[in-house]
Write a protein that binds this ligand. Structure first.
Ligand SMILES: [Zn+2]
Length: 319
């Protein structure tokens, strides 16, 4: 059976609440199960489905944009449902093993109060700068940390991979290795900030670098980031916070050797000089009007942050 554990609910933007989960260790093929997110104002009943049915193998979080975050006065609870064949199970705050024995699943609510408006505004402006001006396109590969162990190389007795470069899990130890790629923009840092950020890496190597990322897609240590020319491992992630809410991520990257197993992850991605950088980076606009004219002439719209575009998707197409 595919089971859900450790559901977390977090508010990072004023557009959406982020519901994330981990999977119980299983022997089943995850692509044969679907997950969906449900919401209610009561922890024990009245749940309504708020997401589509998503493949359990492809997603590890969902952005629920249907809640009014600015007036989160009442309790809101979320559950994650797993559908596998004829079996349908909802998971909430109760331990998965107890749910399997028939206990009420409960509901998971926001871990904190609604974020202060100034924290949300800082996050929004950081995203605007990165997505609109200074960002470069990368693909983010989230490393799997739960679910089905790799059928090729996992040694259940020794609890480790038995091969150093496994073509099935790319030496992650979980089937598939990484979640499907998601486009993300990373911005360069000001030289002074870069110097400071680099000093946080324990042992700096020649090709290490630190980028800033907004809080729309959370990056973790050991994830892989793919640029059109190179692939990088995430060495560390530092969160900048305001009143306890993440407003910006500082991501330290180390370029991977070309012979590394990460280069065998099949990714088809085409970018051109226009889509590699951000729309406004191509313009010499001196006023809002000339900017509007400029993007019209280029046939591209202003950058938008739409939760729907943040879903991990199996197909990445750049015009
Ligand atoms: Zn493997």
């Amino acid at each position: 059976m595919v089971g859900i554990k450790l559901i977390t609910v977090q508010c990072l933007t004023r557009d959406a609440v982020r519901i994330a989960w981990l999977l119980d260790e299983t022997l089943d093929d995850l692509s044969e199960a679907t997950v969906s997110v449900w919401r209610s104002t009561s922890s024990s009943s009245g749940y309504v489905r708020v997401s589509q049915e998503m493949s359990a193998a492809d997603v590890h979080y969902f952005l629920d944009s249907g809640v009014n975050i600015l007036s989160l006065q009442r309790d809101v609870f979320w559950r994650v449902q797993v559908t596998q064949g004829d079996s349908v199970t909802q998971y909430g705050s109760t331990d998965a093993r107890q749910v399997a024995q028939g206990a009420d699943a409960g509901g998971v609510r926001l871990a904190s109060a609604a974020p202060p408006l100034n924290a949300l505004e800082i996050g929004r402006r950081v995203a605007l700068v990165i997505d609109g001006y200074v960002g470069q396109r990368f693909l983010h590969l989230r490393r799997r940390t739960s679910g089905r162990r790799c059928p090729e190389c996992w040694d259940a007795l020794k609890r480790q991979c038995s091969r150093s470069s496994c073509p099935t899990c790319f030496s992650v130890g979980f089937a598939g290795g990484y979640f499907p790629p998601q486009p993300i923009n990373l911005g360069a840092l000001r030289p002074k900030d870069l110097q400071e950020a680099m000093s946080s890496i324990a042992t700096v190597e020649v090709r290490d670098s630190v980028f800033q990322a907004h809080n729309r897609v959370l990056i973790s240590k050991d994830d892989v980031l793919v640029s059109p020319t190179s692939r990088y491992a995430v060495v560390s992630v530092t969160f900048e916070e305001f009143s306890g809410f993440v407003t910006r991520q500082l991501v330290a990257l180390r370029e991977l050797p070309r012979t590394g197993v990460e280069y065998t992850i099949p990714i088809s991605w085409t970018v051109n000089s226009l889509t590699q950088n951000q729309p406004m980076g191509h313009l010499q606009s001196t006023s809002l009007e000339s900017y509007e004219e400029g993007i019209l002439a280029l046939g591209i719209g202003p950058p938008t942050v739409n939760p729907a575009t943040l879903f991990p998707s199996t197909l990445i197409e750049e015009p």
